[in-house]
Design a protein around this ligand. Structure first.
Ligand code: ADP
Ligand code: MG
Length: 359
């Protein structure tokens, strides 16, 4: 296993990139700690596969270097990097049995037959395919084939890193949960450096120690699930993580007060003069609907989602979401909202602005 360093890395698929817009991956410097489980999270097209393929060596970056434990591997092949990668769609040898498919990476590296037999059995159990070991892969369903691909990715214990690129897309929902749990326990057991690409926040947040959020070719935040929830560094992280996501509302800010369409909002921090597009961000969990003081809203809809209610309201043309307790009654005269001051973040041009502790 290895620490992976990305040094000034960037990638454009164009031969002569002109500006930043021509880069599918904008310049990036980052260390992936040895033995940690990361999720790479972002919407389709934001550059996740590009980054993963650069780490594995399938793609050579147009700029910068990749180091494994301090050794430059930028020009090294995937095989030399000693990495296992699992893709979105199954890659299996149809004419081989399930057993031979799973054994393939071990045979390739000259493992002993005894070890191979044991290890294949162990992996078959993990992916729930012990009964099918003797069957040929041809004729199996797509999700069975994908389980073989996953098994093949996990079979070697001596890899530098395990990379997964949306590997559960074709797997049915129940098995998805089970395989994700298996991957997690595999990580606990062997301590591989793992990078798991997904566009699904639940998958990312349940799998990883650290989540790397990408937006438009850029890594916008790397943090624990708690950090992404409490302090989104970019408004995109706020929207993308959480259900519903963070409310982002245009405001003006002076000292420890914000003004939203003429209504005052207290902040937990104090700010100097701010230049640019200023917004406040507050998660629906920290908004309270009241019939007292606060910012005027019009309630549009109340959704009962079991453990709590989600209130959809209009705040001077901005949709705002409020999470309320299951037992809370909502009456027609509740037409104001208040925010928990300590939970209100301030954004300038979409990036989080840290202030001073308010008096
Ligand atoms: P993701 O995996 O997050 O969906 P990708 O890394 O596949 O995103 O793609 C990032 C951007 O690079 C997209 O705009 C995509 O169209 C572009 N892209 C991906 N692969 C290629 C390629 N082989 N040639 C040209 N453009 C590509
Ligand atoms: Mg992709």
């Amino acid at each position: 296993m290895a620490k992976i360093t990305l040094d000034n890395l960037a990638h454009s698929y164009l031969p002569n990139p002109k500006g930043e817009d021509d880069f599918a991956l904008k310049e990036l410097n980052h260390d992936w700690a040895d033995g940690e489980a990361y999720a790479l999270l972002g919407s389709s097209g934001c550059g996740k596969s590009t980054l993963l393929n650069i780490i594995s060596g399938l793609l050579h970056p147009s700029q910068g270097r990749i180091l494994f434990d301090g050794v430059d591997v930028t020009q090294a092949s995937t095989a030399d990097r000693n990495i296992a990668q699992v893709f979105q769609f199954p890659v299996v040898y149809d004419t081989m049995t399930v057993r031979d498919n799973l054994a393939f990476p071990l045979k390739n590296r000259g493992a002993s037959p005894h070890y191979i037999a044991d290890r294949v059995q162990q992996i078959a159990k993990m992916i729930g395919m012990e009964a099918e070991l003797g069957n040929r892969a041809r004729g199996l369903t797509a999700d069975a084939k994908q389980k073989i691909s996953l098994g093949r990715g996990m079979v070697r214990e001596d890899v530098n890193a395990l990379l997964f690129d949306e590997p559960l897309t074709v797997i049915d929902p129940h098995m998805k949960w089970e395989l994700r749990t298996q991957l997690k326990s595999l990580h606990h057991e062997f301590g591989h450096t793992m990078i798991y690409v997904t566009h699904d926040q639940t998958e990312a947040l349940t799998f990883a120690d650290k989540v790397v959020v990408m937006y438009d070719g850029r890594v916008v935040q790397i943090g624990t699930p708690e950090e992404l929830f409490d302090k989104p560094q970019h408004t995109f992280v706020g929207y993308f993580i959480g259900s519903p996501g963070m409310n982002v509302i245009p405001a003006s800010v002076a000292g420890s007060d914000a003004v939203v369409h003429g209504a005052a909002v207290k902040l937990g921090q104090s700010f100097g003069p701010l230049d640019g597009k200023v917004e406040i961000g507050v998660r629906p969990e920290f908004v309270t609907l009241t019939d007292g003081e606060g910012v005027p809203v019009k309630v549009r809809r109340v959704e009962d989602v079991g453990r709590h209610k989600i209130i959809r309201a209009d705040l001077f043309g901005n949709e705002i979401n409020i999470v309320a307790g299951e037992g809370q009654s909502i009456s027609p005269d509740m037409n104001r909202v208040t925010f928990d001051p300590k939970r209100v973040n301030v954004y300038v041009n979409d990036w989080l602005k840290e202030g001073e502790a308010a008096q």
